[in-house]
Design a protein around this ligand. Sequence first.
Ligand code: NIG
Ligand code: FE
Length: 415
Amino acid sequence: MRTLIKNIGEIFGILPENVLKKEGEEMSRVGSLKDAWMTLRDGKIEAFGPAGEAEGTCSGTFDSVMDAGGGFVLPSFCDSHTHIVYAGCRDGEFRDKIDGLSYEEIAARGGGILNSADLLHETSEDELYRQSAMRAEEVMKAGTGSIEIKSGYGLTTEDELKMLRVIRRLKENFPMEIRSTFLGAHAVGRAYAGRQSEYVDMVCREMIPAVAAEGLADFVDVFCDRGFFSPEETGKILDAAARYGIQPKIHANELAVSGGVQVGAAHNALSVDHLEQTTDAEIQVLKDNRHTMPTMLPGASFFSNLPYGRAKEFIRAGLALALASDFNPGSSPSGDMRFVMALGCIKMRLTPEEAFNACTINTAYAMGVSRLSGSITAGKRADLIITKPLPSFAYIPYCHHTPYISKIIVRSREA
Ligand code: NIG
Ligand code: FE
């Protein structure tokens, strides 16, 4: 199956295949090519080049020809942090939030994650799949080509497995590149109220072996934060997962400076996520561990009225930075990466180029897929956003609410 895309106004996001993430200064550069063509073969980018060369270089036969009509071609977004498998919604808590209750106060009243766990418990696996597939479809249509999805609304072994099996079905049925993360330590399950250390032991002794036995998790995560899990508990869980070769991605510093960055870096986490608050000491920890991708979630800052992370300072310190959606029913009910990129610019003062790299190649790295996606590179997945003709690259985050997408391509096919 071979496709020619002709009449491209400009390609953005071109990278050599050995660049798997961008740090510091490099984040302000985006490789581009004006007036171009691109060919796709069997779900991958085959080649691209300047229009003048079209005749010679992209010869051969094509099963289909697309006309980009002078629009831009971008790599699809990669969303390295989501919770899109959940049951129902939490619109009641939205009212509490408007009335002035904080995320922690809602959780302390038995709402929050436990509320979602109750709903999920009552929902069949098929129904959970149906609701989750609608969200997967929604984000794919909004330009996401690779997505990480977490468990964490089960909080019993049976319900955590139910969530992870739903993620496995999404992997089977959707053309997006999907990675799954086991987040059994998202909150203490109701049956263990007041017995947090026993719950942690159960996560280590029962849940992780059960998840590993079915090969259901690519990563492990812990909500290491004030009122949830301590760095010591987090370390225990990461050690248990490491015995099965499962790499961590950590929730840290959403509600307080939690020690999650340190414990994540010490366990070679692929990413530490949230970082609404960070100290200079933590920036140093991240500088000393270049393997771990600092990931900020501006949709959670927006929705929960939390501070935005120190994005600009991270980049000035020479660090890499990723931006993901955190799509979940409690603190970020949107998986639209166009909005995430816009928040990066508007609220974190990133340049359009920095925000774009943070939402593509660096999120691809943060979910372990940057050899497969996150840039325009021959051999990578043909996951593309084709836009209408636009005045400039900056227009994308500037007019983020304008319906500027003309076609979404996932694995060479129109979604
Ligand atoms: O990333 N912080 C922890 N977990 C989610 C929120 C989950 C929820 O409230 O349902 C987050 O913000
Ligand atoms: Fe999250």
